[in-house]
Structures are given as C-alpha cells and as structure tokens.
Design a protein around this ligand. Sequence first.
Ligand SMILES: *[C@@H]1O[C@H](CO)[C@@H](O)[C@H](O)[C@H]1NC(C)=O
Ligand SMILES: *[C@@H]1O[C@H](CO)[C@@H](O)[C@H](O)[C@H]1NC(C)=O
Ligand SMILES: *[C@@H]1O[C@H](CO)[C@@H](O)[C@H](O)[C@H]1NC(C)=O
Ligand SMILES: *[C@@H]1O[C@H](CO)[C@@H](O)[C@H](O)[C@H]1NC(C)=O
Ligand SMILES: *[C@@H]1O[C@H](CO)[C@@H](O)[C@H](O)[C@H]1NC(C)=O
Length: 584
Amino acid sequence: MEMLSILVIALSSCVLLHCHEAVEGSRYPETGNSECRILEQQQPYLPSFHFRPPQNWLNDPNGPMWYNGMYHLFYQYNPEGPLFGDKMVWAHSVSRDMIHWVDLDLALTPTEPFDMKSCWSGSITIVPGNIPMILYTGIDSNGVQVQNLAFPKNLSDPFLEQWEKSTRNPIMTPPQGVPGDFFRDPTTAWRDPGPDGKWNVIVGGLIKNEGMAILYQSEDFVSWTKAEHPLYSSPGTGMWECPDFFPVSLNSSNGVDTSVVDPSVKHVLKISSFSNVHDYYVLGSYAPKTSKYVPGNEYTGSSTDLRYDYGKFYASKTFFDQPKSRRILWGWANESDTMEDDLAKGWAGVQAIPREIWLHSSGKQLVQWPVEELNKLRGQHVQVLDEKLHSGSVFEVEGITASQADIEIEFELHSLEESAEVFDTTGTDPQQLCSDSNASVKGGVGPFGLLALATKELTEHTAIFFRIFKGSNGFVVLMCSDQRKSSLRDGLDKTPYGAFLEIDPQHEKIALRTLIDHSIVESFGGGGKTCISSRVYPKLAINSEARLFVFNNGTVDVAISSLNAWSMNTAQKNRPTQSYALLD
Ligand SMILES: *[C@@H]1O[C@H](CO)[C@@H](O)[C@H](O)[C@H]1NC(C)=O
Ligand SMILES: *[C@@H]1O[C@H](CO)[C@@H](O)[C@H](O)[C@H]1NC(C)=O
Ligand SMILES: *[C@@H]1O[C@H](CO)[C@@H](O)[C@H](O)[C@H]1NC(C)=O
Ligand SMILES: *[C@@H]1O[C@H](CO)[C@@H](O)[C@H](O)[C@H]1NC(C)=O
Ligand SMILES: *[C@@H]1O[C@H](CO)[C@@H](O)[C@H](O)[C@H]1NC(C)=O
C-alpha cells in the first residue's frame, strides 16, 4: 500500500505540467519549463483531456485492466515517429481514474524470433493467483503472425512495469487455411463454468474471404488447441481484427466479469472490420457446453449492422472494472489529416474517452457513456434553461473555452405530427442521408443542434445535428456529424457521418452530449444510444478563437429544455518516469 501512495503524490504534484513538448528520444520529456502558449499555437490540434503521448504514432488500445487499485492502459505505439512503423511496441501507462496518467517503460518491444518484426495488439486475462497474463500478436522474423504470452516480472511492483515473455512462445501459429498475415489480436480469455472449466480465447482471422473469430481452448493457459469450429464466422466479410467477446447483463447497466454465463446475460461479439474500418457488434447467446455462439442477427459488414460509433472509432477493447461493477470500452480515433500533416505535427492517433458500456433495457442495442471520472475536469459552467430556438436562429454559448468543452443539451419538440417531413427511411443508409443534407438545408423538424469549433461568422464549424422524419412505421430521428465545413484547410477527410437514433421523439426529449477537445469531437445522442466521433482541424477556430453555437434550421421552433456547458481542464498525463522514480 505504501508504494501505491507514491502514484497519488505523483499525480497531485504535477498540476503545473499542463502542456507537452516534443523532445527527441523521450516519450514524456520534462515539461516544467515549457512555453505553454507557444506550444498551444504550434500544436492547436493536440487533445488536452483525451489520452495520447505528446509525440509519435498511437493506434489500438491493448490489455486495459484494473489491477490492485490501478487502471492500466497499454497501446500500440511507434517509438520511431508519427507514422505506423515496422517495429510496433506496447507502451504502458497507469492511472487512478482513467483521466490523469503516469507513463511507464515500454512493456513489450520486438526482441525475440517470435516477435522480431513487431509486438501487435492483444489483451490481458487475470488468471487464478491474481496474475495478469498478456496474450499478444507477434510478427515473427518471417513476417508471420503468431500469438504469444507474457507476464509481469515482479508481481510486487505496483506498476507492473517489466514484462517477461514466455519461453513457450509462440503458443499459437496460423492454422490450416488461415494466411500468415491474417491471424491476430487475441481477446481476453474466459473460463467455462465449473471447477475444471477450460479457458477460451478468440483470435481474428479469415479463410478465403470468410472473416472469423477462431476459437482456442486450454487447460493451463499455455497449451492451446484450436476448437473444431470458429466461435462465429461470416462469409464475404473479410478480415476481422481485434475481436472482443463479453457478457452484458439483462438485469441492469452493471458490467459483468468476462467468464459469467447464465440466463441473465447476453453475449456481445465485437468485430473490427479490416475492410470497412468500423467496429461492429452482434448480440447473442453463448453455450459453453458446445462452445457455440448464436447471434440474434447475422453480421454482414454493411450499414445495417450495429456499430459502437458511427464516426471514427476502431480496434476497440473492453474490460471489466470490478470495483465499480462496470464494463469499460476503449477505442482508437485515427487522424483525418494527411501523412505530411502528421509528420509536421509529430504525432497521430488519439484514444477516445473511456466509455462505460451496457445493454439497453430494450435488449436490442448497447449504450455507451463517458466514464463519470471525466466530470472531475469540468471547470467554468454555463447553463441555459427553457429557451426557444426559433426557426432559422443561431445563438452563441458564451463563457466557456469552446475548444476544450463538455456540453449536455436536451431538445424538446412539439407539433411533430404536422411538421416532420414525410420520408420513408426504410433501407436508406443514414450516413448517406447526412451527406445529402447539411445544416443549411432546411427541413421540417430540424436540422437543429450544435456548431462546434466554429468561427464567429460560421465560416468554419463542425455541425452535430438532428432531423426528424415521419416514416411508414412512425417517427425516425437522424443524427449527423458533418465535418464538411470543419476547416478552411484542404486535404482533410471531411466525410459526414450519420446514424439513426432509436428513440420516440413524441415522448422523449432529444438529448445530446458532446465532448470537444481541439481536434476530436465525440457526440452521444439519446443518452449514449448513438455515438459519433470525428477528427477535425480548423484553421481559424482554434484555441481561444473557437466558439460554440446552438442552431435550428428547421421550419418549426424547437425548445432547449436545458443546456449545460463546461470548460474542460487539461488532464495530467505527461509525467516523466524519472520523477516518480525519484519519489521512491
Ligand atoms: C519487486 O518489486 C518490489 C516493489 O517495488 C521491490 O521491492 C522488489 O525489489 C522487486 N523485486 C525484484 C526482484 O526486482
Ligand atoms: C440478475 O439477477 C438475478 C436475480 O437476482 C441474479 O441471480 C443474477 O446473477 C443477476 N445477473 C447478473 C448478470 O447480474
Ligand atoms: C484512418 O483515417 C483515414 C482517413 O480519414 C481512413 O481512410 C482510414 O481508413 C483510417 N484508418 C483506420 C485504421 O482507422
Ligand atoms: C448544403 O446543401 C445545399 C443544397 O444541397 C448546397 O447548396 C450547399 O452547398 C451544401 N453545403 C455544404 C456545406 O455542403
Ligand atoms: C441555416 O440555413 C440558412 C439558409 O439556408 C443558411 O444561410 C444558414 O447558414 C444555415 N445555418 C447553419 C447553421 O448552417
């Protein structure tokens, strides 16, 4: 326990280290003397409360866990520069709250024949004896993807900084029919019920173009045998990366441990589609006796599949946070600028804010919400209550730092029956609907919503908005995040994103929460039923120049029943390893 308090001291003593400075050869240079304002001007896109190191390339979250009082996050990192590299490593940080972070030594680097060309993604399983075991993909010296095992060198080290690779590696090699470059990303393992229950793990792969979750089983966590059938597969869907498999409770929004199997849970299989670059999921039932998983709906890899996030959010992974009985989701939001931009910035990739994830009471979809710890960063607060938003009106939310903010807003609609545009949305791709319209295309009810990272004259803005249609089966709510006016700069990916929001707008208010952090905008519609994340790079609406507006471009008025907006403080996350070493 004594050692644990060091972390607390380290976290609370670095309040002054607000900004980050790129110094060659170190991930987390000393920042005490840095010129914050100059840096802010040079790095207007570096997020302030989202997780990422100050420089270089980051992608998938790896092996997130809670262990002995601390949250651990490992992640794919290229120590050599801001682009994806051919010697990828596992970087490692720890936290008390998943918001403020302490940086540690790299956990896994290419050193052995079984991972000589990279240590790619994987997961952690805590096995009996309270030992966290890493399963990860190594790119071996022949360029073949194999699965490896690693464990902490010293279980008494509260940070678990050093990791040891098993001498039995590789423990899985590509099975018959699976190409050597399509066999990767082991999940957290789950254990079958009963005293002798065997371990199960899935690995992403494909045979021909049939994507699959290849199932392996083990008695001892070291010797693994491929099961006769994959846990699940779907023809024509291409490679499945970073699968995730976990139970969700039918009773409540509480999370459950990965090995729980009983009639009060459903099982989620998440698939990161290598072809579509989206995280899709299916809900189904799992039978441990037969090792069979039966999803309620087939995964097709098309716009009708359920997704975690309808913007940029990929290679995600969950873990069970036992002390708070919740399941937490981490996901990667990559850049929408060019490689040249990334070289100039010196960094690429952001982890989205960790989200709590659970099954909606309808049983039909998952819900996500930023972890409650994020609220600790809320500073300056403004509130608007019972305001009418007239047709064609725009008003500015003043008094907060609009480049670094958290906004919660609730819209109330009237006269839907008379005003909603009649349009049968059956079979239409909502993203296409958002592309066909925009904030200035007048509808009946909507578009209304937020203009984030906007200039005064609205020449730049990211529009997060809703539109209501009257379809053949009742009202349909469309939610869009439109990046097309997000920047006056060229060469950016400004694709508009969209999804339907499964609520009844006649009886429910339309709630929106949006997190704005310089170049990342994460939006949660309907209390987290529809999530859309985007990456944007305004030319003018940066730092203190950024503004926030609410608008209504529908034909009918809309009421804001409440709006709460907060300036967000900067998370402490760039602690040099040396500083806490000095404390012990
Ligand atoms: C293991 O970690 C503990 C706590 O940090 C430390 O006291 C001990 O010396 C370490 N053991 C080894 C073998 O490094
Ligand atoms: C759901 O509630 C039942 C009855 O109280 C309980 O037995 C079961 O363990 C609960 N399941 C979960 C996943 O919490
Ligand atoms: C990253 O972003 C680019 C451009 O926005 C996109 O085309 C690409 O598919 C993304 N890659 C991943 C792995 O998310
Ligand atoms: C919005 O749509 C209208 C009508 O299709 C079009 O004239 C306008 O250029 C669009 N604006 C943007 C920013 O795409
Ligand atoms: C609302 O529509 C009008 C007319 O098309 C347009 O000039 C204005 O820019 C739109 N407002 C927003 C926020 O897009």
